[in-house]
Design a protein around this ligand. Structure first.
Ligand code: AMP
Length: 364
């Protein structure tokens, strides 16, 4: 059977087509600039029509109906979705409800789902949520020390993101270590443009660094990660910045870019630092120091750690980061953890989860 995985962003649709049950990637691609002035693709509906026709024209399918399952990456599942689900009207309603929690992502994810429903109604659609893997985090780790009313009424809490990536590399680590995931304690570290770290106890996520939004936690390409929240008041009251411009500052102009003044691209910052650029060196030091602090705190949270796993663009490629962030870890613990680098594959995980849910749950 063929499974199409879609990642619908605000102006792009990424796709991968797999053959199952013995997973094999058949084709992948990207439609960009949706809705932009000079673009021939005006809507997500048109983009997805393009995906289907590209796949057909390339000869990977003879008829659209060969695609039996469509797996969608959906960013925010709120508290409702702890697992992937076969999409029906109720699921669509819930994803719509969560738009207020992920205003930049959930609308595009929804448009993709609705378009697929119209273009290929025979396919089963499955939503795989970025937040779902983190739904096992206990209340004392997901509740912020704010008036509890804010959680009860408005669901302000830690959700965590990159869940599918953390889940995938944990799964792969279990294979490499030759033990079932439910018997392993792991620290998984996703270091790409966005960065996050998770503590996994006996196969279940018990803490993660991203929070109510993907801004919290580690230093990232353009996001600041953890800062003193009172800086926001200072920027507003003393420097006269608007809430909108502070939002842009913290999300788009901080992190590696903000400190180095050069780039959000790790490779560029590293190469400048190696040539003697002081700000670039400082940016790398700030980046690694934040990471070390998190690894240390998750060791404390987990007690015993079987492996520390690095993934995504920086995690998979920068030996320097892996070495610096784990320096001394082996001598800290009685049973020293393995340090592993495992390439992430969120799309394959989405396809596998979608296949499993359709096989076990069947009709929506
Ligand atoms: P991602 O979001 O997973 O695509 O990761 C993007 C980040 O990975 C960027 O900061 C890149 O500079 C970084 N990256 C990609 N390739 C390498 C590499 N060979 N060495 C170090 N960093 C890399």
């Amino acid at each position: 059977m063929k499974i199409l995985v879609l990642n619908c962003g605000s102006s792009s649709v990424k796709y991968k087509l797999f053959r199952f049950p013995h997973p094999r990637l058949i084709e992948k691609g990207l439609i960009e600039k949706i809705g932009e002035k000079d673009s021939s693709v005006r809507t997500h509906h048109e983009a997805i029509e393009r995906v289907f026709s590209d796949i057909k024209e390339a000869g990977f399918i003879k008829s659209f109906k060969e695609i039996e399952i469509i797996g969608h990456r959906v960013v925010h599942g709120g508290e409702k979705f702890k697992d992937p689900v076969v999409i029906n009207r109720g699921v669509i309603k819930e994803i719509r409800k969560n738009i207020k929690l992920a205003p930049l992502h959930n609308p595009a994810n929804l448009e993709g789902i609705i378009a697929c429903g119209k273009i290929l109604p025979s396919a089963r659609q499955v939503a795989v949520f970025d937040t779902a893997f983190h739904q096992t985090i206990p209340p004392f780790a997901y509740i912020y020390a704010l008036p509890l009313e804010l959680y009860k009424k408005y669901k302000i809490r830690r959700y965590g993101f990159h869940g599918t990536s953390h889940h995938y590399v944990a799964h792969e680590a279990a294979k490499l270590l030759g033990k079932p995931l439910r018997k392993l304690n792991l620290i998984t570290i996703h270091l790409g443009n966005g960065c996050s770290i998770s503590a996994i106890k006996k196969g279940k996520c018990i803490d993660t660094s991203m929070g109510f939004t993907p801004l919290e936690g580690l230093v990232m390409g353009t996001r600041c990660g953890n800062i003193d929240t009172a800086i926001v008041f200072y920027l507003h009251r003393q420097l006269g910045m608007s809430i909108e411009s502070i939002d842009i500052l913290l999300n788009k102009k901080s992190g590696l870019l903000g400190v180095s003044g050069l780039s959000n691209d790790f490779r560029k910052v590293k190469s400048a630092a190696d040539k003697g650029n002081k700000e670039a060196r400082l940016a790398l030091d700030v980046f690694v120091y934040a990471l070390k602090k998190y690894i240390g705190s998750y060791i404390m949270v987990l007690g015993k750690v079987d492996a520390v796993i690095f993934t995504a663009g920086i995690g998979e490629n920068s030996r320097w980061v892996v070495r610096e962030a784990t320096k001394g870890i082996k001598s800290m613990l009685k049973d020293s953890p393995k340090v592993l680098v495992i390439p992430t594959n969120e799309e394959l995980m989405i396809a596998a989860l979608a296949y499993k849910v359709v096989k076990t749950k069947g009709t929506p």
